[in-house]
Design a protein around this ligand. Structure first.
Ligand code: N01
Length: 543
């Protein structure tokens, strides 16, 4: 093994995180390479091609802010962009900033190990090639490791089995088919109305009903677009300093129970008509006060009763086991009304659990359902899955899987003690999935790039989270989560959707503003909580 690095920086993942990291690394004069197993850039938006896939953060905000010309030039066609348009945007960014020449596609990373003697990360690909670099950034995504439950007999099913998170690129025509969808999270709720409109018959297998708010998607309103483009700098800054999630919403200043029932109702109705997750910002305390939360949940339950003609069916579709918003709120177009269609049927898996797949379909609650295709909308091994599916080894042979046996531990969601020079983008312990992901990515990439520049200027070659600082941060993340209603749901935020996964509330629920302040303070204090050192044989060279 050579002690000469092939690169200064290896970036795993060519989604929005990897693309921007490469751009910033280039500006520092670093030799950087992005590696991705996919056939193109785009990350989850390369894979999530299921019918109805679109983002539920508004297009004007689910976009990069780092380049004024880019945000002025790009034209979004809808309030909420659909997957093909978001993928086209990622491709545009790759081309516009000439990123492709440093991106290697169709190349999976299977392992990464820190070579302490050489002070290098050695990254092994699926082609059994080993690349080396001083630094490694894992831009592997939080919802990219798909989860396929182990249903008995699934391998015997003669129809087609699909997963929303790994959809065939040529598309799927369900015309004339009997289709089953398992799962009613964000993906299922988007796909179900679309599949119902095409298939001969659709059976929805629901384990837990979910809260969903209407998207009210529409073609982009030109005045609205102009209002953003004229004030982008100001509005992006507002997202940074005056929001909880890095998305500018219609903020409320009231607690839910501070106003009377009529005013509360008016506010919920107003937001319901506007559409989108803005609904969850109706009052300031919906995620911390159970009674307040109940008023929002009850409003949404009423909307389900209004949308679904059959009251028994409406009740089956009504979530009652968790406070609204504690599982990721879904955003839909005609989801509940879809159950009024004569070709759609709901199977409640709590009453009729799936027993086995058969060659012709599946049996649940003693009844056989004949199916030509099954769509698994069963989600992801969130936040840690993509990292742990690689074999990552840090100092002294420490495996990440071992370090995270009882749940992920990280300092600021950026680094893990024992894994020098390895950064995680939007990792557990950062606001990440509780915020606008592109916003979260930009903040992390900027912090990492500034850190690398600082190390260059100060002649440091190694940075590593101090175990004590990490433990303090993990305790703080847990303490903040406990002050919210989030831990009340068996959600993927907690790892509850993966059998055997440690139950730890993974993202930082304190909001993007205090988080950013903490990151900035840490940097200003010379990277407090990180151990920085200089190996004799090398320093980071910043051009
Ligand atoms: O996955 P999920 P998702 N038998 O985990 C069910 C983002 N996203 O892909 O609740 C039967 O939310 C499971 O049931 P239960 C967004 O952050 C965003 O939908 O565990 N059912 C649940 O209903 C989102 O939250 C967008 O009881 C089983 C479903 O499968 C995240 O990705 C669009 C089962 C999984 O729901 C993940 O969403 C799409 C089993 N064995 C995704 N196992 C937008 O921006 C699981 N389920 C709009």
């Amino acid at each position: 093994m050579t002690s000469e690095p092939g690169f200064d920086l290896l970036i795993v993942g060519a989604g929005f995180g990897g693309l921007y990291m490469l751009h910033r690394a280039r500006r520092l004069g670093l030799r950087a390479l992005v590696i991705d197993k996919a056939g193109d850039v785009g990350g989850v938006w390369y894979y999530n091609r299921y019918p109805g896939a679109r983002c539920d953060v508004e297009s004007m905000q689910y976009s990069y802010s780092f380049d004024e010309a880019l945000q002025q030039d790009w034209k979004w066609s809808e309030r909420f962009a659909a997957q093909p348009e978001i993928l086209a945007y990622a491709r545009h960014v790759a081309e516009r900033f000439d990123l492709r020449r440093d991106i290697r596609l169709n190349t999976a990373v299977v392992a990464a190990a820190y070579d302490e003697d050489a002070g290098l990360w050695r990254v092994r690909t699926g082609q059994d090639e080993t690349l080396s670099a001083h630094f490694c950034v894992m831009a592997t995504g939080c919802l990219s490791a798909t989860r396929r439950p182990e249903f008995t007999g699934l391998e015997t099913f003669r129809g087609r089995t699909l997963h929303t998170g790994d959809w065939p690129h040529e598309g799927v025509d369900f015309s004339g088919q009997r289709v089953g969808v398992i799962g009613t999270g964000s993906s299922g709720i988007q796909a179900i109305p679309m599949i119902a409109g095409q298939a001969a018959h659709l059976t929805v297998f629901q384990r837990t009903p979910n809260f969903s708010v209407p998207a009210r998607n529409a073609p982009m309103d030109e005045d609205y677009e102009r209002s953003w483009k004229d004030r982008y700098a100001e509005l992006r800054e507002r997202a940074r300093i005056d929001t909880t999630s890095g998305t500018v919403y219609d903020k409320s200043t009231h607690k839910a129970l501070e106003v009377d029932a009529e005013e509360r109702q008016r506010e919920y109705e107003r937001r319901w008509r506007k559409g989108g997750v803005n609904f969850m910002h109706s009052f300031t305390d919906l995620m911390v006060d159970e009674q307040a939360n109940r008023t929002a949940a009850e409003f949404v339950r009423t909307q389900i009763r209004l949308a679904v003609s059959d009251p028994v069916l409406a009740e089956r579709l009504t979530p009652r086991d968790h406070p609204i918003g504690t599982k990721r709120i879904c955003v839909d177009t005609d989801y509940h009304a879809t159950f009024n269609r004569s070709n759609v049927r709901l199977v409640d898996l709590r009453e009729s659990p799936i027993e086995t797949f058969t060659p012709e379909g599946l049996r649940a609650g003693g009844q056989h359902h004949e199916l030509d295709a099954v769509v698994l909308a069963t989600g992801y091994d969130a936040m840690t899955g993509a990292l742990l599916r690689m074999d990552i080894t840090g100092r002294a042979g420490l495996k990440l899987s071992e370090a995270w046996r009882d749940g992920p531990r990280s300092y600021l969601g950026l680094m893990v003690a024992g894994f020098p020079n390895l950064f995680t983008l939007t990792g557990p312990g950062s606001p990440s999935v509780l915020s606008n992901m592109i916003f979260a990515i930009e903040q992390h990439v900027d912090w990492i790039a500034d850190c690398l520049a600082w190390m260059g200027t100060h002649g440091r070659s190694t940075i590593e989270a101090e175990p004590e600082a990490q433990e303090e941060w993990v305790a703080h993340v847990n303490e903040i989560a406990e002050q919210t209603l989030f831990p009340r749901a068996a959600s993927w935020y907690l790892g509850a959707n993966v059998p055997g996964k440690a139950r730890v509330f993974m993202p930082y629920a304190g909001g993007v503003v205090p988080y950013r302040r903490k990151c900035e303070a840490v940097a200003a204090a010379g990277y407090e909580g990180f151990r920085l050192s200089t190996a004799q044989h090398r320093k980071v060279e910043i051009a």
